[in-house]
Design a binder for this molecule. Structure first.
Ligand code: HEM
Length: 200
């Protein structure tokens, strides 16, 4: 099995959900559209980051750990004069990610992979006059830290060796990625519907 196969497996399994999320977030044509995306993304990332930060990391992760993006998201909301609940979002249904290396990998794939799309989104946010110091801090953070994705790709390669030894279950990783995408989708939809209700 090629060492890259876990990444391609996860990409394939989540392609449809990614496309759906991508189209529901849309193109940030206006600041208003960007503002609508922020609360859902915060609600997703804060809880999901909390889940993976508290997980146990197997030795093949080395000393790599994910970076938190959520604090920068909170700052972006503040920049744009938006309220966020004081208490951090902690509720999630990703508990499995704390228990199982395959599920941890699948969950992290979604959190880390989103940095690739962030490059594109950062370009759009800049066109709206936002940047790393105001309003688009989280996208800047994700875009600037290219090392982190490269390191995570190396971890996926090491995970490939674990797969070969049957120490890791590919389907379990895929299920976890789908659950993480589903959480992102639910949080975005929920926050969007609150926003619409406020305007009604
Ligand atoms: C409008 C919103 C989004 C757009 C336009 C977008 C776009 C992209 C693009 C273009 C890539 C591929 C980049 C490359 O191969 O260099 C990518 C990768 C990825 N994105 Fe997104 N994305 C968006 C939102 C998200 C969100 C919210 C998440 C997760 C919650 C996410 C998760 C991922 C993952 C996991 C990958 C890695 C796929 C791989 O293995 O190559 N994306 N995205």
């Amino acid at each position: 099995m090629s060492s890259n196969s876990i990444r391609f497996h996860l990409r394939e399994r989540t392609a449809e959900m990614h496309a759906r999320l991508d189209s529901s977030i849309g193109g940030f044509e206006t600041r208003e559209a960007y503002r609508r995306y922020l609360p859902g993304m915060l609600a997703f990332r804060e809880a999901a980051e909390d889940a993976v930060m508290n997980a146990e990391y197997p030795a093949w992760f080395g000393d790599w750990r994910p970076c938190r993006i959520a604090p920068a998201l909170r700052a972006d909301l503040r920049d744009l004069g938006m309220d966020a609940p004081e208490a951090p979002y902690r509720r999630h249904d990703l508990g499995h990610a704390l228990e199982n290396a395959a599920a941890l990998l699948g969950t992290l794939y979604v959190l880390e992979g989103s940095a690739l799309g962030a490059r594109l989104l950062f370009g759009r946010a800049k066109e709206l006059g936002l940047d790393e110091k105001f309003g688009a801090r989280h996208l800047a953070l994700q875009t600037q830290d290219r090392e982190s994705w490269r390191n995570f790709v190396n971890i996926m390669e090491r995970a490939g060796q674990e797969l070969e030894k049957e120490e890791l279950d590919r389907d379990e990783a895929g299920n976890a990625s789908l659950l993480a995408f589903a959480l992102a989708e639910r949080r975005l939809t929920k926050e969007l519907s609150k926003d619409l209700a406020k305007k009604a």
